[in-house]
Write a protein that binds this ligand. Structure first.
Ligand code: RM4
Ligand code: MN
Ligand code: MN
Length: 404
């Protein structure tokens, strides 16, 4: 194998790669057992943007930051947009939160009580208004809705309630924006989740309109599911909207991207590269308009460094995918040469792209070693000094709710 070289095409592709980081990944978070307070963890959206700016400063490919509402609610979104812009950032996907209010015990948009459904829909529509103020293209929807026991509720009725809610929100979306519908097989519901897999999300998308697309969160599948195949199918149907990148071993673990699943991540990026280069117009357009987002929470890791690592792992996976020899691959596929075809993939996967990426960073005017630069730069020590340790509630600042 000859070492990979940074050709003009590679340089162009790698420079324009984008990864959006989630505001919630910068705050304290925990498991249902414990939230460990991390020194210097961001306490509000302004500090989360400061942290995101550190990741962008070091990588140059992560300017977007996704917001969770109401965790990141502010009085003046114009001010937030300006604050972000001053740090070289933009505000990305808006993630409504319809899972933390007391009212949502039996679900949000699929709740048997119409008043609760209306409350949830009102919040989703409020988030559409937030999008207009932040200039966000994507409304990213995840529902905790589901049931715990057979017979608890009427599954078809819940499907209909979901459809009606999604349709109303869809029709309120401004031109040029869209809704990304996330699915997850279980948790917090343990018997039935209303949006339980990509097929459920896809069916709703088809029924409600062109502004609806499926969001694939890497942590939301059963063991062994071939995610890259789901990705390729949805790309081909023009209904893949984006990703929540993370890694998992057991459940929705929200670990650093590409840690336990580097080959899966590579195979996903391979499908994306194939689609972007495809002769089919719809597939190609779909691949070019994806929202590449990270969805992680860091319970024991230093948060900024963890996010940095995730962005870099996505960059490595993409670089390797770009190195796949398409001509050789097609030839082997055409000849039915199973192992030669597989080796083409493995050659790219096994390539050490780190020197190439160091070269890329030099071209982009960045430090070639982002992790080392972050560690040496003292950012973590600085925020630990300035912000201290936030104890108590953790990174999910929920407004106090009083039971009546
Ligand atoms: C869910 C899902 C959503 C995220 C919430 C907090 O498991 O992945 O995307 O918004 O967690
Ligand atoms: Mn997610
Ligand atoms: Mn998740």
């Amino acid at each position: 194998m000859t070492p990979a070289r940074l050709t003009p095409d590679l340089l162009q592709a790698l420079k324009s790669q984008r990864i959006e980081t989630p505001s919630w990944g910068y705050g304290n978070s925990g498991t249902r057992f414990k939230t460990f307070a991390a020194p210097g963890a961001a306490r509000d959206i302004w500090e989360k943007l400061d942290d995101a700016a550190e990741v962008q400063r070091l990588t140059g490919i992560a300017p977007g930051v996704a917001l969770h509402i109401p965790w990141d609610e502010v009085e003046d979104y114009g001010e937030l947009v300006r604050y972000a812009a001053q740090r070289g950032l933009t505000l990305g996907a808006i993630n409504p939160n319809v899972f933390q209010d007391e009212a949502y015990r039996l679900g949000s948009v699929t709740n048997p009580d119409e008043a609760v459904r209306e409350q949830a829909i009102a919040h989703l529509l409020d988030c559409v208004e937030v999008m207009k103020k932040t200039g966000s293209r994507d409304l990213s929807l995840w529902f905790a809705d589901g049931t715990n026991y057979a017979g608890q509720d009427d599954l078809r009725a819940r499907k209909h309630r979901m459809r009606a809610a999604l349709k109303r929100v869809h029709d309120a979306l401004p031109e040029g924006t869209r809704m990304l519908i996330e699915y997850k097989l279980f948790e917090p519901a343990f018997y039935a989740t209303d949006l339980f897999d990509w097929g459920a999300s896809y069916a709703h998308c088809l029924a409600i309109g062109d502004k609806a697309q499926v969001l694939v969160d890497l942590g939301h599948h059963a063991q062994g599911v071939n995610i890259e195949q789901i990705v390729s199918f949805l790309l081909d149907e023009g209904r893949l909207g984006g990703f929540h990148f993370n890694a998992r071993r057991y459940g929705d673990d929200d670990l650093i991207v590409g840690t336990s699943n580097p080959f899966e991540l590579f195979c996903i990026y391979a499908e994306l590269v194939f689609a972007a280069q495809s002769a089919d117009d719809l597939t190609c357009r779909t691949a070019q308009n994806l929202a590449y987002m990270i969805d992680q929470s860091h319970n024991i890791e230093p948060k900024v460094e963890a996010m940095l690592q995730s962005v870099l792992n996505c960059q490595e996976a993409y670089a390797k995918a770009l190195l796949i020899d398409r001509d050789l691959l097609k030839e082997a596929q055409g000849q039915g040469d199973v192992l030669a075809a597989h080796r083409v993939m493995m050659d790219a996967f096994k390539t050490d792209v780190r020197p190439l990426l160091m070269e890329l960073r030099a071209e982009m005017g960045l430090n070639p070693e982002p992790i080392q630069a972050h560690r040496a730069g003292g950012y973590q020590e600085k925020v630990a000094r300035e912000r201290g340790i936030q104890t108590g509630g953790g990174g999910y600042p929920v407004k106090e709710q009083v039971r009546s």
